[in-house]
Design a protein around this ligand. Structure first.
Ligand code: E4P
Length: 214
């Protein structure tokens, strides 16, 4: 499983990229709004920094508006992937963009059937939302596993991005369930490194070293 960073914050991206674990970035309108900057400027900068796919989401809800908006976003970088909601107009847009060779990430996936339709429309990525399902007492990780199983049974190459990841356990569970990618907030990604025995081990090595070299 690969890692994408789920943020529109340039400082976070600059801080985390040197770890060498980030294969892409996902944004959404809520994350872009937090930056209080023009979406085009933000996406252009993220795309230039990131050595992999950068998802930029359309705001339009009608096909006639979504398609030109998507084409505009696709101009912001060669690695820009268009994030589209899983609606009738969204799938029309995915299909038209696929015909033009533009990659899409179909978002707000909450069922296997939505993921299957998105894949058949030509999506490069689908984003099932784990945390938001858990929030309503449904099993977000089960959705990842079922989608991965269905894609494997039918030889579907669309990559599954486990989205709405809230904590380290989600990451392990998404990897075990067969997600190709987890898109993770910077805080959660860094927290994956935490273990009290690692901290205690470093302290013990340092203190043994100091004792021996007094
Ligand atoms: C990423 O593609 C999603 O937009 C994001 O993971 C949603 O996360 P949230 O449910 O924590 O807002």
């Amino acid at each position: 499983m690969k890692f994408f960073l789920d943020t529109a914050n340039i400082t976070e991206i600059k801080n985390i990229l040197p770890l060498g674990v980030v294969a892409g970035v996902t944004t959404n309108p809520s994350l872009i709004a937090q930056e209080k900057q023009d979406i085009r400027a933000v996406i252009r900068e993220i795309a230039a920094l990131t050595p992999g796919p950068v998802s930029a989401e359309v705001i339009s809800t009608k096909f006639e508006d979504m398609l030109p908006e998507a084409h505009g976003l696709a101009q912001l970088g060669k690695n820009v992937v268009i994030k589209v909601p899983v609606t009738v107009d969204g799938l029309k847009t995915v299909s038209a963009l696929a015909a033009d060779g533009i990659k899409t990430n179909v978002t707000l996936i909450f069922s296997v059937n939505q993921a299957l339709l998105a894949a058949r429309a030509g999506a490069a990525f689908v984003s099932p939302f784990v945390g938001r399902l858990d929030d309503i007492s449904q099993d977000g990780i089960a959705l990842i596993k079922d989608t991965a199983d269905v894609f494997a049974i039918h030889g579907i190459g669309t990559e599954i991005i486990a989205a709405s990841i809230r904590h380290p356990l989600h990451v392990t569970q998404a990897a075990l369930a067969g997600a190709h990618i987890a898109t993770v907030p910077a805080k959660v990604l860094v927290s994956l490194l935490n273990h009290p025995l690692t901290d205690a081990g470093i302290q013990r090595f340092l203190s043994d070293w100091q004792k021996a070299n007094m």
